[in-house]
Design a binder for this molecule. Structure first.
Ligand code: UDP
Ligand code: MG
Length: 209
């Protein structure tokens, strides 16, 4: 009742003014898939062709460690154990990067990794993803790629890789299922050469644009 009264007190013109001054929410695409499924590689291609800003949650966390932040040691320990860093830390980094980019379309790579990440993003950032890209790849292939890629990552050793696979299956897949039930997930066969995978990726963004 109270809200009705308030609403009816608003002249139409001011409602219109409100609509025009509210900023349009940025477009967000979540890029998900197991470790080594090719998220970062494909994101770089999407950026080139479609003008998105690529935000890798893992890269932002690693940069936070490098910057000597007070959370650095905690983040470093968690990454080396393949564990998921508390949502508020990751979301703060994502939010800052979104603001600093000046862009209004983002590929968020490797996030959300569990239900808590997903719910916190919804509650704090309040942006619904346009869709989710899910790179599907067998573990043997992902393991091979991670062990070959030599990016100097401390978590690219067999022990940490096995932990990351386990966390992906237990915590990250449920997030993908959640969005799948909403019809928002595009599954891509990622066990193919980079160019072939990108052809599939392109057809999705061509339609979305
Ligand atoms: N990570 C995290 N939250 C995120 C993204 C990454 O805690 O939202 C941590 C987690 O420990 C993960 C590591 O960073 O295993 C590396 O993530 P990244 O996405 O860079 O690597 P990937 O597993 O996709 O190869
Ligand atoms: Mg990555």
């Amino acid at each position: 009742m109270g809200t009705n009264v308030e609403a009816s007190n608003q002249p139409n013109s001011s409602e219109d003014a409100n609509v025009s001054t509210v900023e349009k929410k940025p477009a967000v695409v979540f890029v998900l898939g197991g470790p080594g499924s090719g998220k970062g590689t494909q994101c770089a291609n999407i950026v080139q062709q479609f003008g998105y800003t690529h935000l890798s949650a893992g890269d932002l966390l690693r940069a936070e460690i490098e910057s000597g932040s007070e959370n650095g040691t905690m983040i470093d320990n968690m990454i080396n154990e393949g564990q998921i860093v508390p949502s508020e830390v990751t979301i703060k980094l994502l939010q800052r990067a979104m603001e600093e980019s000046g862009n209004d379309k983002f590929l968020i790579d490797g996030f959300p990794r569990n239900e808590e990440n997903r719910a916190s993003f919804e509650n704090l950032i309040r942006i619904e993803p346009e869709f989710i890209l899910f790179f599907v790849c067998p573990e043997e292939e992902m393991e091979r790629r991670l062990l070959c890629r030599n990016q100097g990552r401390k978590d690219d050793n067999i022990e940490a890789i096995r932990k990351r696979f386990k966390v992906f299956l237990e915590s990250s897949l449920p997030v993908i299922s959640y969005y799948d039930a909403m019809g928002k997930v595009f599954k891509i066969n990622a066990a193919r050469p980079v160019e072939d995978v990108f052809e599939s990726v392109k057809s999705i963004f061509d339609k979305a644009d």
